[in-house]
Design a binder for this molecule. Structure first.
Ligand code: GLY
Length: 309
């Protein structure tokens, strides 16, 4: 039994392992772990306290995937609900054939399933947003402003705020693997922007036969290169976990970048035998230098460096 997480997921590992030790499923474990980080207001990249979009509204993306069945559930641009991972779980379990709901449809389904709406924008996140938009002309529709929102969406390329997400992968006592990803996405993004986190194959992929991968970083890169799926497919085709991750990262380097942009991509992966690793394409920032993990026989969460590519 093991739980692996991105560097900001440490606080979720204990509750997830408690579930595994009690005989619970990997899917239960990754959902519970993700909820811990979604509820933490000081993580401005996930859930409550997440940085808002350019209009000051928090929009959340999340997915989870069950490796035994390759069933998945996901939500994108969900407003007003603190636990998008649990709404995603409800889609997986209660909405036949559906995988992904977005925006108003996702919120409608959350309400139907009895989730309680709540305010997600905290004062520190609102203050960061105010500092960012202060002095900019009001955007179209806001206070009579005429400036299209798109002209200001380059704010999202601010490297201090561009990326952040939480990842969990767990393997339970029956050898089942599950993965979960949750994020508030780019800070100050264009309303309705969807990153890789809710897109199965881009930011999250899981298959008991080979392993799982989950990403943090600039979601558009993971979408364009199908990163998570490509890593699991690499392992299916006989690559080691390490070789599959390095191949995927090097593939990202072949994507043309806008002038001045830096490729930011980080991932965690677990193979079917229990080997795990974290990789970072841009290892200069503290947040991405490590990932964490714990097996059921250990008393403490372990932190390990991400391997720079
Ligand atoms: N990786 C999260 C996002 O780009 O939204």
């Amino acid at each position: 039994m093991i739980v692996v997480a991105s560097g900001n997921g440490s606080a979720g590992i204990g509750p997830a392992l408690d579930i595994l030790r009690a005989g619970g499923s990997a899917l239960d474990a990754v959902e519970a772990a993700t909820r811990v980080i979604e509820r933490a207001p000081d993580d401005h990249t996930v859930g409550v306290g997440g940085y808002p979009n350019i209009l000051g509204e928090v929009e959340l993306d999340a997915s989870l995937m069950e490796g035994t069945t390759r069933r998945a559930g996901a939500v994108a641009a969900l407003r007003g609900y603190a636990h998008p991972v649990s709404v995603a779980r409800a889609i997986l379990e209660h909405l036949p054939q559906h995988v992904l709901l977005v925006g108003d449809g996702a919120a409608r389904f959350a309400a139907e399933r009895g989730f309680e709406p709540e305010e997600l924008l905290t004062e520190p996140a609102a203050e960061a947003w105010r500092r960012k938009v202060a002095g900019l002309p009001p955007v179209e529709g806001e206070g009579g402003g005429k400036v299209p929102i798109g002209t200001q969406a380059t704010l999202a390329q601010d490297p201090a705020h561009v990326a952040g997400t939480v990842n969990f992968i767990a393997r339970d006592g029956q050898g089942r693997i599950a993965s979960a990803v949750s994020t508030s996405g780019w800070a100050f993004k264009y309303p309705g922007r969807v990153g890789d986190s809710p897109l199965v194959g881009a930011g999250n992929y899981c298959d008991d036969r080979w392993g799982a991968c989950a990403c943090t970083g600039l979601g558009e890169w993971a979408i364009r290169a199908g990163v998570a799926r490509s890593i699991v497919l690499g392992m299916e085709f006989g690559l080691t976990l390490s070789a599959a991750c390095v191949r995927a990262m090097n593939d990202l380097r072949t994507l043309p970048l806008p002038e001045g942009a830096r490729p930011v991509m980080n991932l965690i992966a677990l193979d079917a035998r229990g080997a795990h690793a974290g990789y970072a394409l841009d290892a200069e920032r503290d947040f991405y230098r490590s990932y964490c993990w714990q097996t059921a026989d250990l008393d403490e969460v372990q932190t390990a460096p991400c391997i720079p590519v």
